[in-house]
Ligand binder design. Structure first.
Ligand code: ADP
Ligand code: MG
Length: 295
């Protein structure tokens, strides 16, 4: 394509809400055959709500909300916001943790009112040799079967509760994924969340279970992209989070959401300004048109 055509393409992209880092990006956009979509914040709104609290025998719900809420209040993760907001609504105020740490892909840990508190995946508790008692394990299985995310809460070496949190699929995601498929691409869903939740979201946007890669640690997302590339695919990655940055950089084409984190925007080749996935399909159409594949 001529430099003029590329410039026109870039300008048209801006009108469609697509920021293109450089004219050469259009070339990689045209070649793509597989689109890997991050789940949380990309296919879903990332705005989660606390829907239920299942407590262990002898544990008060208010105590769970106070300790878990206090810790999650210090995190910016969408799940953390849901827990903190739910706790604040019930309790009005929360203590400030004496100690706090994010454990990427697993949850948060810290000290609240002298208690060593863990909030996150069952795997986080397992790292501290804390097991879920049978009733809480059943609550977790029930939540996940319903497509919700189950978050475990433990303090002082004992599992105390399972929280149910759910996120909703963006109104435009199913249509966007349909359009990507109509362009001949294979959409895939990639997430650190558990398989049941991932498949429930995938079903809503018509992605088959065999195209779902779940329970992937943040640092391993990049390996999923590498593996697909090793199979000979040309991969576009769409993501919003800090945990997507390496995968966005590795992909043949990185599409970041304008509503996402700076790290993701920095790592991407293209930015979908409004966070609407339909713009991903627009970008691919535009690249093909600009480079003369379709008229
Ligand atoms: P995704 O890949 O879907 O964007 P993450 O890699 O950020 O998700 O997180 C993976 C999983 O780790 C979450 O689904 C959740 O179970 C757990 N997790 C991460 N951060 C938190 C937190 N602050 N509170 C509770 N659970 C968390
Ligand atoms: Mg995300």
């Amino acid at each position: 394509a001529t430099p003029t055509a590329l410039m026109v393409g870039t300008g048209r992209g801006a009108q469609l809400g697509i920021l293109i880092k450089g004219p050469e990006v259009l070339e990689s956009t045209r070649e793509v055959d597989t689109v890997v979509l991050d789940k949380t914040g990309t296919v879903t709104t990332g705005r989660m709500t606390l829907l239920a609290v299942h407590t262990a025998d002898g544990t008060e719900e208010t105590e769970v909300l106070r300790l878990a809420g206090a810790l999650e209040h210090a995190s910016e993760h969408p799940i953390a916001r849901a827990v903190a907001d739910g706790a604040l609504q019930k309790l009005g105020a929360l203590p400030t943790p004496e100690d706090f740490a994010n454990v990427p892909g697993l949850g948060v840990q810290g000290v609240v009112d002298g208690h060593a508190v863990l909030v996150g995946r069952e795997k986080l508790l397992a790292e501290w040799a804390v097991e879920l008692p049978a009733p809480l394990a059943r609550a977790e299985a029930g939540a996940e079967a319903a497509g919700r995310t189950a978050i475990a809460v433990a303090w002082d070496g004992e599992a105390r509760a399972v929280l149910e949190v759910a996120d909703v699929v963006k109104g435009t995601s199913a249509e966007a994924i349909g359009r990507l498929r109509a362009l001949g691409l294979t959409p895939m869903l990639l997430t650190g969340d558990n398989r049941a939740v991932a498949e429930a979201v995938a079903a809503e946007v018509c992605i088959a279970p065999e195209h779902v890669v779940a329970e992937v640690m943040p640092e391993d997302k990049v390996d999923v992209v590498k593996r697909l590339q090793a199979e000979g695919r040309s991969v576009a990655m769409v993501g919003d989070g800090v945990n997507d940055a390496a995968a966005l950089a590795q992909a043949d084409l990185g599409l970041s959401l304008g509503t996402g984190t700076d790290a993701a925007i920095e790592a991407g080749d293209l930015t979908l300004v409004r966070g609407d996935l339909r713009a991903a399909a627009d970008a691919i159409r535009l690249a093909r048109k600009t480079l003369g594949t379709i008229k």
